[in-house]
Design a protein around this ligand. Structure first.
Ligand code: ZN
Length: 176
């Protein structure tokens, strides 16, 4: 279960409501639509959209099974698309919206891309690297710091994952 709405450690806890929150929710809804594409393909439903100056730079959804690629997480797919489009592996000033708290690998890629901001939905208490298990994003020990905000449409993002795992458990259960 994803404990939606739970606060987490670090400097980004309890961010006050700001003028950009409606924009954030709008982009997160787009990330949720991308998560559905993963779900339709039988992948864990996580979606990501990378935005700069109010425009989409790249989109991605979780697809490691389809691609036989352990690095094909939604965030990495969105970063690859955006970097390719921008012709630059660094994407300063960009914001990544992702439905689930990034893992260690994605947090590393986010830092390498020099993103300005990460907004995520559900917490990942089993592997989150934005405070849940590790604090790779938001640490002051690294050169580049990215602003992190969790819990944007957190309940909706968690529900998509809960329903997916629930249906997978049901399918695995022997009938009768
Ligand atoms: Zn990841």
């Amino acid at each position: 279960m994803m404990p939606a709405g739970r606060t987490f450690g670090g400097a980004h806890r309890g961010a006050p409501l700001a003028a950009g929150d409606e924009d954030d929710a709008g982009w997160m809804r787009q990330a949720l639509l991308l998560a559905q594409r993963a779900r339709e393909a039988g992948e864990v439903p996580v979606g990501a959209v990378l935005v700069r100056d109010g425009a989409v730079l790249g989109e991605g959804w979780n697809c490691p099974i389809a691609r036989s690629d352990p690095s094909a997480h939604a965030e990495v797919m969105a970063l690859r698309a955006a970097a390719s489009r921008a012709g630059n592996y660094r994407l300063p000033g960009a914001t990544l919206y992702v439905t689930l708290e990034p893992c260690v690998m994605c947090a590393g890629a986010i830092l390498h891309a020099r993103l300005a901001r990460v907004v995520f939905g559900a917490l990942d208490p089993k592997g989150g690297a934005a405070g849940s298990v590790f604090t790779v994003l938001g640490t002051e020990r690294l050169n580049h710091r990215v602003e992190v905000q969790g819990g944007c449409l957190g309940e909706a993002c968690a529900e998509v994952l809960q329903l997916f795992f629930q249906s997978r458990r049901n399918a695995a259960r022997p009938s009768g």
